[in-house]
Design a protein around this ligand. Structure first.
Ligand code: ASP
Length: 920
């Protein structure tokens, strides 16, 4: 209400002024030279003069607006004509065209105050009457550099349009650092061509994978250039632009539909009440601007207009002050430029000197201060985010300081809001258990993220749930993790996808490495691991029932058996020859008629068998030579049985003895087992770049191995380790090893970690949403979700049973205990031996029955019946020499011979012995 009333009063006073005042007063003419139509400035001019004339009513101002061409001669002619009018000119507002310097020089020559509102290169010329309201060039360049520093870009490209732009960039160029080894600098400078097509330049920048761009060009060229940048995919979430044009805020960026982070600067703040009141007043006066509707919205006001207004305000204030002090009567005199004796402007120097000193009234462009040369040395620069139109920082010339006005939380929220607007593209690669192709049910077709499953998918799902964004997985085209390809001079795999703007995030078992960290950002780690060795377990010997035979080779068994027979025969002959073994059969008879030798072949065989079985024998030789022979056999038996026992223990409890490795050192010291790593991965890089002698040695061995020991993916590495023909150890990350050995029971991890590293989610450099992702991961870690996910994908969701489960159902054949299978052969031999003995016993029995039947004149069946009955009567331990005939059978004589119960074998051996015993 107050404002409306104010404006009505204003209008009324304007009408009154037109009628009563203007007619009779001496006027102070202000010359305004525009190079083209500047409606906003005209409005500001008219409104200000009007206000000064009606409200302040001291000097009576008028303006003479001239449109001057770029041609300096023509422009100077127009200025001279204006200066030479009856009213003369109290001050001149110059153009920013090429003709400006001639106008400036003429004004300076005749002490006419000359006001500029546009950028001028640094100059040391002292022009007393010139005042430039645009910030001084060096200070402005310094401000730009401070702002770029605050953006924290590691590297950037400066795109400039003309030499003036390059001068403005001088301080920014000083920020560049040279990379020591590569001789590259982190600031690239490119000039825009004549245009309007700048695609080739933008493509070049795209190929450099540079995301940060400083664009210094005319305001009207900004949108066309950004549109072309969009075509080159240089206007994504990860592209950062800094527009140095002070009118960039007047543009409409909505047509770009961009997610890029675009920052610009203003030297005034259009959100203040002073600003709003001022421009509202501008819109009230009914001037005709060629029938045009002039946009006077706060965010469409140009810097030039603001500076023009501030300059006009200061000029009119100063003239008013001088008038009202009554010390001066500011009457302007006509000036003839072409007259050599022309005197200078009477008050020009006074006005300009006073303008440099006077404290300005409420300006729109903030603090205003000039040095002696008329350069503006006090001003503020507001750093603005063009998309949300918020001021993110302010730079103050007065104390050369930059103050951030956006808290880190606000910055993060803005980034998250951006992320929520888009479909986040997540680059990944296939590899168990991180990402696998999902098997579709019959008749089902899977699309989008449904096609894949795994730890990475679940991890991003959880992160997305916490931050609230949508995402889409895609598989990187070359299937690589990401390393720098020296020949193509570009990054491969997931890292390449991020750098070339194909992905917003990259996730898999991607290791955070120093080299990758230089080109992309990583979230905080979601998994910690180290390089270790995957190797196959020593071959489990096939379970062998006759493992007890293993300690000796077949030939040793055959030799031993042959030797047993030979020694038995040799002993037989020796004992026959040695007198000591011929003994008195009846020791009570001192002069026996005959001597007896007990060492028939049967006893010899028994003695040698008893010795080698370590059981001994109830009879021993007495002759010197036979004792000698037996002791040698004992010695042989001692060594053989001890060796057998020792070897048997080793064979049954330990698997095949092979060169085994326990650490990387062991690997490096041998050549039998080949070892390798994943080609181009971080493990590969670890060995390649290591300074530690063992790893250097391993790298030499790996890199020189032919055929190559490097594999294209972990799966191939695991297969190579498992292949029976290959004796191969795979240097792999421990998390993967853990996953593999969970179900592949023939594999094991050897040794400890060789290093410690982590996996993280990668994103383009300086990603604004990095801290949001970090927070999400921290939360997942604290709530135990990360562990849960690992458990799910490493243990629960496995197609094969885990080795622990398999082991439960199996006999422990490789532990210290011996399973039945290991010693089954011994049981078998016992069984067979006992079986044979039993069969022999039956044969002996039947044979004996036959003898009995013959000797006792009984039928065979009768004798058999009697003998079986007797044998089954287990309580009877004594047997009559003659069988008791059955009731039915007649008593018949029985053989009383002591050999009745001897077995057939016994009989045979006995017969053979008798046959060989020559004295028997
Ligand atoms: N995770 C590794 C990488 O990111 C691959 C490896 O070397 O095992 O390169």
């Amino acid at each position: 209400m107050k404002i409306v009333l104010q404006n009505v009063l204003w209008l009324l006073s304007f009408v009154a002024y037109q009628y009563f005042c203007l007619e009779n007063q001496a006027v102070t003419n202000i010359g305004v030279f525009f190079s083209d139509e500047k409606y906003q400035s005209e409005i500001a001019l008219n409104t200000t003069i009007y206000k000064k004339n009606t409200v302040d009513q001291r000097a009576n101002f008028k303006s003479t607006i001239k449109h001057v061409p770029a041609d300096s001669f023509e422009a100077s002619k127009i200025l001279c004509e204006t200066l030479n009018t009856d009213d003369g000119v109290a001050a001149v507002f110059g153009t920013e065209s090429a003709a400006s310097s001639i106008l400036e020089s003429i004004c300076n020559q005749f002490d006419v105050p000359y006001m500029i509102t546009s950028w001028r290169p640094p100059s040391f010329k002292k022009r007393h009457t010139v005042l430039n309201f645009f910030p001084e060039a060096e200070l402005f360049a310094h401000a730009l550099a401070e702002i770029v520093k605050s953006l924290q870009w590691n590297s950037f490209v400066i795109i400039y349009e003309n030499e003036e732009g390059l001068i403005r960039m001088q301080e920014i160029l000083k920020l560049q650092e040279y990379e020591q080894n590569s001789k590259q600098n982190n600031v690239l400078v490119k000039q825009l061509g004549s245009g309007p097509d700048h695609r080739s330049l933008l493509k070049e920048i795209k190929n450099l994978t540079e995301n940060n761009i400083i664009l210094d060009c005319k305001t009207e060229n900004i949108i066309p250039i950004l549109k072309q940048a969009k075509d080159q995919r240089l206007l994504t979430l990860y592209n950062n632009y800094f527009l140095t044009s002070l009118d960039a805020h007047t543009l409409d960026y909505s047509e770009l539909g961009t997610e890029a982070n675009i920052t610009t600067i203003r030297i005034f703040d259009y959100n203040t009440t002073t600003f709003h009141h001022t421009i509202r007043r501008w819109g009230l006066l009914p001037f005709d601007y060629d029938g045009k509707v002039i946009n006077l919205e706060a965010d469409k006001i140009k810097t030039e207009t603001v500076l023009f207004y501030d300059a006009l305000l200061l000029l009119t204030d100063c003239i008013n002050d001088l008038e009202s002090s009554h010390t001066h009567n500011i009457a302007t005199n006509p000036i003839d430029c072409y007259n050599e004796n022309q005197i200078r402007s009477e008050f020009g120097l006074t006005i300009s000197a006073y303008m440099k000193e006077r404290k300005p009234s409420l300006t729109l462009s903030g603090p205003l201060k000039f040095d002696e040369s008329g350069h503006r040395i006090d001003f503020n620069v507001h750093v603005v985010d063009v998309l949300d139109k918020k001021v993110i920082a302010n730079w103050f010339a007065s104390n050369n300081s930059l103050v951030l006005s956006r808290s880190s939380n606000e910055t993060e929220n803005a980034a998250v809001a951006n992320l929520q607007k888009i479909l986040v593209k997540v680059s990944s690669r296939l590899g168990e258990p991180y990402l696998m192709v999902k098997k579709a049910e019959e008749g089902e077709e899977l699309y989008g993220n449904e096609r894949y499953e795994g730890y990475s998918m679940d991890l991003i799902k959880e992160v997305a749930k916490l931050i609230g964004f949508k995402f889409e997985f895609f598989i990187t085209s070359d299937g690589k993790y990401g390393n720098f390809d020296e020949t193509k001079k570009k990054w491969t795999g997931l890292v390449g996808d991020l750098l070339e703007g194909r992905a917003h995030l990259a996730v898999c078992d991607l290791t955070i490495t120093h080299q990758r960290r230089e080109v992309v950002d990583f979230s905080m780690p979601f998994m910690t691991l180290g390089i270790s060795i995957l190797y196959r377990k020593e071959d489990k010997k096939e379970i062998n029932m006759f493992a007890f035979l293993d300690p000796f080779s077949i030939s040793v068994w055959i030799y031993t058996a042959t030797l047993y027979l030979i020694i038995s025969v040799v002993l037989f002959f020796i004992s026959r020859m040695t007198p000591g073994d011929w003994e008195n059969p009846h020791p009570c008879d001192e002069n026996p008629e005959e001597l007896e030798n007990i060492w028939d072949i049967k006893n010899c065989l028994w003695l040698t068998l008893g010795s080698i079985m370590t059981q001994g024998c109830d009879i021993l030789p007495k002759g010197i030579s036979s004792r000698m022979a037996v002791s040698m056999w004992w010695f042989f038996s001692l060594i053989m049985t001890s060796s057998y026992t020792a070897n048997l223990a080793a064979f049954l409890t330990k698997d095949r003895m092979e060169p085994s490795i326990d650490s990387a050192e062991d690997l490096s010291k041998q050549t039998k087992i080949k070892y390798g790593a994943l080609q181009g991965g971080s493990t590969f890089a670890f060995f390649k770049d290591s300074n530690f002698s063992t790893y250097q040695k391993m790298w030499m061995s790996m890199s020189s191995a032919r055929p190559s020991v490097f594999v294209q993916n972990n799966k191939d590495g695991v297969k190579k380790v498992q292949a029976p023909k290959e004796n191969y150890a795979f240097l792999m990350e421990s998390t993967q090893i853990e996953y593999e050995i969970e179900t592949k029971c023939d594999l094991k991890q050897v040794g400890n970690w060789l290093d410690t590293k982590t996996y993280g989610i990668a994103m383009p450099m300086n990603s604004p949403y990095r801290s949001a992702i970090n927070k999400a991961i921290l939360k997942l870690q604290e709530t135990g979700k990360l562990n849960e996910l690992k458990n799910i994908w490493w243990k629960e969701r496995r197609n094969e049973p885990s080795c622990d489960k398999k082991a439960e159902g199996e006999d422990n054949a490789d532990g210290a205990e011996l399973a039945l299978a290991n010693v089954g052969g011994v049981f078998f031999v016992l069984g067979v031996g006992i079986g044979i003995a039993f069969v022999l016993a039956i044969a002996e029995f039947l044979w004996n029955v036959k003898s009995v039947s013959v000797e006792e004149h009984m039928s065979y069946w009768e004798a058999l019946k009697v003998e079986v009955k007797f044998a089954c009567n287990v309580w009877i331990t004594k047997k009559r020499t003659k069988p008791v005939a059955s009731e039915s059978s007649s008593s018949s004589s029985r053989k009383s011979d002591k050999i009745d119960n001897k077995s057939i074998v016994h009989s045979i051996l006995h017969s053979a012995g008798s046959f060989m015993n020559l004295n028997n």
